[in-house]
Design a binder for this molecule. Structure first.
Ligand code: PXG
Length: 457
């Protein structure tokens, strides 16, 4: 049995077929056809290889998901064995299977103590669709059906289905379709970009209190929930000031609304804790997750459901009319079981929390002295480097300058995958990086910053 052979065709042939037949996600199709896609043909450890033989340090862990890196034979074996034993059966109609049951036990063991149930999906987007269904169902069963409005944040990313995209706060997405009603957006806690003259602590409180003001404006009896990523990922690794999350928690408790922490990126060790909620000391009612749960080896998402909601759902009131054919797919559950075992037994999360996370942040902080860099911020194994025209004034480049894109290309040329969100360079590498690889990452990032500055001059 072999994989599709990269050497069957030349790079140019792969690129031509790709442009002819493959519509990529979040892509300008014309631009892709003109430039040609980078064809990734293999991966090992923290590195990916393209069809031209280039080796790149993967500073994004795939797409924020390969937290254990590549080349994990244990996950491959677990999936393969499960496919031979029971390749598929559903969890509808009072059926279940051992991998789904075992994974539920393991997930609720590592989740915050008050979260003892899990609903499975295939992706983070479906997890957030499920969040909406759970919230509406909960308030209906609580005989408060008028509580349907969900408050989210501008520049949040919660996925790409119609519902998850509506929940998110990405203008570029909202422009392309009619979003769902019943979702309101407040500002993000983005001090570097939007903090003005306030210090971070003041700004964090002010940003959180927008939630209170919005609830009061709408009427607390109409508001069902607040949803937020502990750290906004796709929005540019926006790490809220320390004052933000405690105030959000207080407001949700005071107003009685449900709190949802979208842990699709922060979950499974990214911050040096199992969940971003642990990192910030928040107790959400619902945790949508995906990505790192299988190390990206199989599609799987889901929602961890806190006791407040689960007890109501389980107390009766009829059928919850929601689910997917592949909710709790056996092979995906097998992958996730292997991942959770590895995270527990190999000490990755503790190492990021105590050793490599602080080292990565300390090394990255050195880049703050670079003339192009306005701020470096991070937590555990996720970080952002803000590129600016004028450091002292926190003044950004014009969008047309395309500085983030220039820097991203310079990173690739230096042998590093870093993502650009506008002019914010972000990294979210595998949790497995050792100190030498962290040095390599920072050296390559610095070389890319120098190359970017040279090109701008
Ligand atoms: N919530 C969060 C916080 C996410 O980051 C989703 C939900 C949706 O998950 P699925 O599995 O449906 O993609 C995400 C996904 C990027 C990028 O460019 C980020 C994501 C997906 C694709 C691209 O940073 N995050």
């Amino acid at each position: 049995m072999t994989a599709i052979n990269a050497h069957d065709r030349s790079t140019a042939q792969w690129q031509q077929l790709d442009a002819q037949h493959h519509l990529h996600p979040f892509t300008d199709f014309k631009e892709l056809a003109d430039k040609g896609s980078r064809i990734i043909v293999k991966a090992e450890g923290a590195y990916i290889y393209d069809s031209e033989g280039n080796k790149l340090l993967d500073g994004m862990a795939g797409l924020w998901c390969c937290n254990l890196g590549y080349g994990r034979q244990d996950i491959v074996d677990a999936v393969s064995a499960q496919l031979q034993q029971l390749p598929f059966y559903n969890n509808f109609f009072q059926c279940s299977h051992p991998p789904a049951i075992e994974l539920s036990r393991l997930l609720t063991e590592v989740a915050p103590a008050h979260m003892n149930n899990v609903f499975y999906t295939n992706s983070g987007s479906e997890a957030n669709d499920t969040v909406i269904r759970l919230i509406h169902r909960y308030w209906d069963l609580q005989e408060q059906p008028q509580r349907k409005t969900i408050i989210s944040r501008k520049n949040a990313y919660h996925g790409s289905t119609v519902a998850a995209g509506s929940l998110g706060g990405m203008n570029g997405m909202h422009k392309q379709y009619a979003t769902l009603p019943g979702i309101e957006h407040i500002d993000q806690p983005y001090w570097f970009g939007e903090g003005g003259d306030m210090n971070p602590a003041e700004f964090g409180l002010a940003a959180a209190r927008q939630l209170e003001a919005k609830i009061d404006e709408l009427g607390a009896d109409k508001v069902a929930a607040f949803i937020a990523e502990p750290i906004q990922g796709a929005g540019g690794v926006i790490i809220p000031p320390e004052t933000y999350w405690p105030e959000i928690s207080r407001i949700c408790k005071d107003k009685g609304i449900l709190l949802v922490c979208d842990e699709v990126i922060c979950g499974f060790g990214r911050t040096g804790e199992w969940f971003g909620s642990n990192y910030f000391g928040v107790e959400p009612d619902l945790i949508p997750f995906a990505k790192g749960v299988t190390n990206g080896y199989q599609p799987l998402g889901g929602v961890l459901v806190g006791d407040r909601v689960a007890n109501v759902l389980k107390a009766g009131g009829g059928e919850f009319t929601h689910g997917f054919t592949y909710s709790g797919h056996p092979a995906s559950c097998a992958a996730a079981i292997a991942v959770i075992k590895a995270l527990k037994e190999e000490g990755h999360i503790e190492r990021v929390r105590e050793q490599t996370g602080p080292y990565l942040q300390q090394r990255l902080a050195e880049l703050a002295e670079h003339p192009l860099v306005g701020e470096v911020r991070g937590a555990g194994f996720v970080a952002a480097i803000e590129l600016v025209k004028d450091k002292a004034k926190r003044q950004r480049f014009e969008e047309d300058d395309g500085v983030g894109g220039i820097c991203r290309d310079a990173c690739i040329a230096a042998g590093l995958v870093m993502r650009a969100v506008g002019d914010t360079m972000i990294i979210s590498p595998p949790l497995t990086l050792d100190k030498a690889q962290i040095d390599e990452l920072v050296d390559k990032a610095r070389a890319a910053l120098d190359a970017t500055a040279a090109q701008l001059a």
